[in-house]
Design a binder for this molecule. Sequence first.
Ligand code: 13P
Length: 255
Amino acid sequence: MNKQLRPAVIAGNWKMNKTPAETVALINEIKPLVANADCKVICAVPFTGLTAALEAAKGSNIAVGAENCHWAKSGAFTGEISADFLTALGVEYVIIGHSERRQYFGETDKTVHDRTRAALDSGLKVILCVGEQLEDRENGITTELVRLQTKIALKGVSADELKSVIIAYEPVWAIGTGKTATAEQANEVCKAIRNLIAELYGADSANGLTVQYGGSMNAKNADELVAQPDVDGGLIGGASLVAADFAVIVKAASK
Ligand code: 13P
């Protein structure tokens, strides 16, 4: 982290977990534990829990996010949720391009770009996910791949709009596997992302960008990860569903 230059952000990605009632209970449990955080705290919850989460988080330092949005304003897209629907609820953040969406729901770099565009147009802040598969890492193309994913997603995004973007580096092989990237591996790729942003937007934009690490980040390894200069927090899956663990991670980023 380098808090002089950019905010540290800890975001929970609840994935397909928690009913609205369970959402209220978990937010209420997290609230007092993170009340004194010296970093941004976000809970990204399923669409059906957004209203409940917003209500429960009201007046606290917890911001609420969605886990996806569609690229169109409205129309014949059965089962989809537009960015405008989210802003209308009062949602502040949206996760775009998570590897599970890429893996199971046909998400491509192009649709990640389109969703990012729609989210920014609607006034949402975006947590843009990028990351390599194990095979990519073994083939030595991690940096190139992550650069390409980032570049395509941000095509046409202005320097001013970039202020509403957080990039989350999530190596796919580390998600839900208990295999965390080493702090050095995480920092190396987060730094490569920042270097790309410097090339595309200049040093000020690069220095101001929050780049998170995600993938089996937990109460035990958070300290070491966020101590890295280019790791500005985390996108947390499993551990974000346990209030005490999430709070320890928030505490690590509050140092
Ligand atoms: P885990 O923390 O469960 O590995 O999930 C990470 C993730 O996918 C966050 O978006």
